[in-house]
Design a protein around this ligand. Sequence first.
Ligand code: AMP
Length: 410
Amino acid sequence: MKKLIRGFRDVFDKDASQLTGLEVVARQIFKTYNYKEIRIPTVELKELFVKSTGDSTDIVQKEMYSFTDIKGRVMSLRPEGTPGTVRAYIENNFSQVAPVQKFYYIGNMFRSERPQAGRYREFEQIGAEFIGSNSPSIDAELIILLKDIVTSFGVKKYLIKINNLGCENCRPKFRKDLVTYFNSIKKTLCDNCKTRISKNPLRVLDCKIDGDKVKKSAPKLALCDCCKKDYNQVKALLKSSNIKFEDDSNLVRGLDYYSGTVFEFQAGSSAQNAIAGGGRYNSLVKNMGGADMPAAGWALGVERVILASEPKPAKKEKLFFVVSADEQYNTKCFEIAQNLRAEGINTDGGLFDKNIKQQMKESNRKNVDFVLILGEEEDKANKISLKDLKTGKQKLVSQKTLVKEVKKLI
Ligand code: AMP
């Protein structure tokens, strides 16, 4: 018997509804901010992620599902949505035609991480990407947009952390200072971090093994005047919108392309407490072969937002179930069910290979509100029995006025 692969999931009924529920909330809010949906492929050339997400990241080094296709091309299942979105922006020449683009995407991502609560190998992200502006108001807008989505879905307890990772002017000195410091304590670092020192020293601060240990004593970034001004403005805008946040100089996001403002939304106390994160990636479009186009964005983990939420109980809609008492009424019962569905009435049934008792039993199992039974007695009188399963009361209703009668009960 084939088994489900570890880290992957089958999602049923109420859990699936929660995923859809968050998607619906997000779409609604994206609309109010005028973000447009983009659908990007699940598979891209591996090289795309190596060049964008970055070859010093855990994602690219050890977490991608990659394979060689029939033509010998090395492909990867997307581990995140930004690279595909930026590729699509460049490939469709947006920088010439309409450089300012506000995209959102909803889709499954794949990372071969060690599975645990809130960490899966296939998971869903909802993301926003703003390409074409370096305004601090865009950073603030993105953070507030994200906050609007998670709070509208019912996340009440969360913490917003923000930081600024500097730009090409101030980051090189910071990088140099970090390299000097990490080299001085190289012996104490994990093997991964030893190689990170030369490739991307900032990532040592983000290492799951060494990060916390080195954060306190590592050199701090001195922002240039330009970054300082932008960062102060982002914070002022958040404050003026009554957004509470924590300024955390140790916040380093796990992807290579971030610069300037970065942020993370945290909820709960587990190791998987990051429910969403993002920031500026002003050099990415250019580094991927496009125009020199500033950009910023974020992604939220759908499963983690759901885990952190306290959703309002969904309103239960009435459900009807059509039962045929004998084979000769099957066609009529089938038509009755279809007529009700065509009127937007939630209708189950159609189990006409089972006898009346078995059909009634199934309606109980399905938590149905009303059962409609058609048998000899009812049909002779052009009626149908309507049974309220909560009260047990039953009455005869005319077949002609059935839809009207049923609608009264909804
Ligand atoms: P990232 O793309 O790494 O910045 O992650 C953005 C968000 O995606 C995180 O804050 C998590 O909520 C979610 N996420 C990342 N990796 C996983 C995973 N393996 N399983 C579930 N959610 C994840």
